[in-house]
Design a protein around this ligand. Structure first.
Ligand code: PLP
Length: 384
């Protein structure tokens, strides 16, 4: 069977050749534990420190502000639970309703422990309503706000500057946690300029191995660890560090940052081509989120609805045709529940089970787009 057409870049990306090479070399080189005082330990420590420095330079932050984790899910949990557990329960939390389940989950857990949780309003495109954010921070002691940089299902980017300004204008500025998992390498991100306090990254999304993520924690932000053990990662993430993956991640982030503009333009053209071809062949399709050319659209991500399309069924049929796509988020695609993201932007339960997410990545080319549209057209036609 030929290589599948891969339109699921938001779920994960293939490891980049340059990263595979760096990873392989690091695996061969590392033989000690970075906490050990002997030679092999010192080599491992040096490799880890160097990887952290390179990542900090690429992201424009200080190396002490970075905590290596296992991925986006852990970073999100550490950010929310770690920042809020030490604070009095009356100090609330406000999140957008379209956050990933790894933000919604800890937020709900904190709510069960008695902490006020407010769901911000989003408009039909999935953008947070700034009025609702201003209200949330004005009318109660809100300790933390979690609003993601770019939504994984819809491909809507948040109005980041406006959010930063709204938070700055509040009398008691809450911490801002940003899930930046889908934004890295696809959207310009200046954590310092945006005055972000905590930001989560998942590095397999940018071509690093699975099993490594990052939490950015601005200097001065107090966090409590989720697990207890050694003093690794400032005591915030105990356990022997994943040195070779950190080295691979440094390479992946450097490449993602250096190629941002070029990659973004490519994804943007692919997204426009894909949507143009889809509507010309399947005019009844509806594009969810922002218009395709909107500046706040995550380039290369589309979520479409069609009357005869049921997301999960179509994903299975596309799979039989050699196309990898997704119905909503990869983490929820085994579930029969309607997508909470689509429901939050006003879709009915039926519609919220029907979204087909197509996300382009580094390896996608225009030929893939033509083939996908042809296959999708055939697949849908055979159902009518
Ligand atoms: N946050 C967002 C926006 C995501 O899209 C994902 C994964 O798709 C995650 C968090 C979780 O990342 P990980 O798979 O590394 O745990």
């Amino acid at each position: 069977m030929s290589e599948p057409l891969y339109f699921d870049a938001n779920a994960t990306a293939r490891m980049r050749p340059e990263v595979r090479e760096a990873f392989g070399e690091a695996l061969l080189r590392v033989s000690g534990n970075p906490s050990s005082l002997h030679g092999p330990g010192r080599v491992a420590r040096h490799m880890l420190d160097e990887a952290r420095e390179r990542i900090a330079a690429a992201l424009g932050v200080h190396e002490d502000e970075l905590v290596f984790t296992s991925g986006g899910t852990e970073s999100n949990n550490l950010a929310l639970l770690g920042a809020l557990r030490p604070l009095p329960t009356r100090r609330g939390l406000a999140i957008s309703p379209i956050e990933h389940s790894s933000v919604l989950g800890p937020a709900r857990a904190l709510q069960r422990m008695g902490r006020p949780l407010r769901l911000l309003e989003v408009d039909a495109s999935g953008s947070v309503r700034l009025e609702s954010l201003r209200d949330a921070v004005a009318d109660r002691p809100t300790a933390l706000v979690s609003v993601m940089a770019a939504n994984n299902e819809l491909g809507t980017c948040s109005p980041l500057e406006e959010i930063a300004a709204a938070l700055d204008a509040s009398s008691e500025r809450p911490l801002w946690h940003m899930d930046a998992v889908q934004a890295l390498g696809r959207v310009p991100l200046d954590l310092r300029a945006l005055r972000v306090d905590l930001a989560s990254f998942s590095l397999h999304k940018v071509g690093a191995p699975v099993g490594i993520g990052l939490l950015y924690r601005r200097h001065g932000v107090v966090l409590e660890p989720l697990m207890y053990g050694g003093e690794q990662e400032h005591g915030l993430r105990p356990g022997t560090e994943n040195v070779a993956s950190a080295v691979a991640a440094a390479r992946a982030i450097e490449l993602a940052v250096a190629e941002l503009e070029q990659h973004r333009q490519r994804l943007r053209s692919l997204g426009s081509l894909l949507w143009g071809e889809l509507v010309s062949k399947l005019p009844h399709l509806r594009l969810l989120g922002l218009p395709i050319e909107h500046v706040r659209r995550l380039p290369g991500t589309l979520n479409v609805l069609s009357p005869e399309l049921e997301g999960k069924v179509i994903v299975m049929r596309l799979d039989l045709e050699g196309v990898a796509a997704s119905a909503g988020s990869a983490c929820a695609s085994g579930s029969l529940e309607p997508s909470h993201v689509l429901k939050a932007i006003g879709c009915s339960d039926e519609e919220a089970r029907s979204g087909l997410r197509l996300s382009c990545g580094r390896e996608t080319c225009s030929e893939d787009v033509h083939r996908l549209v042809e296959i999708l057209w055939r697949t849908l036609k055979s159902r009518t």
